[in-house]
Ligand binder design. Sequence first.
Ligand code: NDP
Length: 254
Amino acid sequence: MTDNGLFNFLVVGLLVTAPITFFYLMTRAAPYGRHAEGKKQIGLPTRVAWMLMESPSCLFFAWVFFHGSRWDAAAPIALFLLWQFHYAHRTFVYPLQMTVRPGDTTPLSIVGASLVFNMINSYLNGNAVSGLGRVYEASWLMDPRFILGGVLFIAGWLINKKADAMLRNLREPGETGYKIPRGWLYERISCPNYFGELVTWLGWAIASWSLAGLAFFLFTFANLGPRAIANHKWYREKFPDYPAGRKALVPFVW
Ligand code: NDP
């Protein structure tokens, strides 16, 4: 299969598997974190698991990008920096910041599935911006799609990071349970971290104006939409005083 053939096959594959993933995860929450409590699973220590499963999105993406025929131009490099702005943090900083409970592990099934997805996604998005996708002239940096997408990307990143930090600070040292998050976007939705993540990748899809970016955004929604619903339901069942007006993922809407 040629590079273009593989690229097209994988983009279509992601677009087709996104709705399947969505419906599957609506029936069965991925078994990690609160949805794995009490389940016996073989796993890796949580920090190691996160570094391992996110590393292709940082390292393999860079490898693919620099092997593209058009990487050495201003717009592809700007897109590369945007991507790495998120993924260098997610791979090497976020796992160290996590508050991990003694003995916490991430199941091998989650690590494996994430590794495969991140490899495919990095192959697609790396190629989309540096070789097999559209040709980005320097003028792309002034294009309203790049500017709007870049603004959404940064805004989503900031929302995601603040929301994750608020969750981290819920537990005092030594505490292991769950609490109701309060304040800021948590007054509107149960999962501002997922909302921020989705805004980030919507921004990427617009800034790169690529099918690979769109496929990644749709897949992220397929993954995080059902999880937000599962988390929201879980909060309502666990805490009788859970604020009734909160939505799951999108303020005022859903
Ligand atoms: P969660 O919100 O489930 O958990 C994040 C951390 O906060 C965990 O350490 C968790 O502890 C802790 N926590 C969550 N809620 C509470 C609470 N109510 N009380 C106390 N502690 C709490 O997020 P995920 O682990 O699913 O995701 C982490 C990051 O990864 C997010 O930024 C998310 O957007 C991103 N992500 C992106 C995906 C993508 O498709 N691009 C897919 C999945 C995640 P514990 O582990 O003990 O539950």
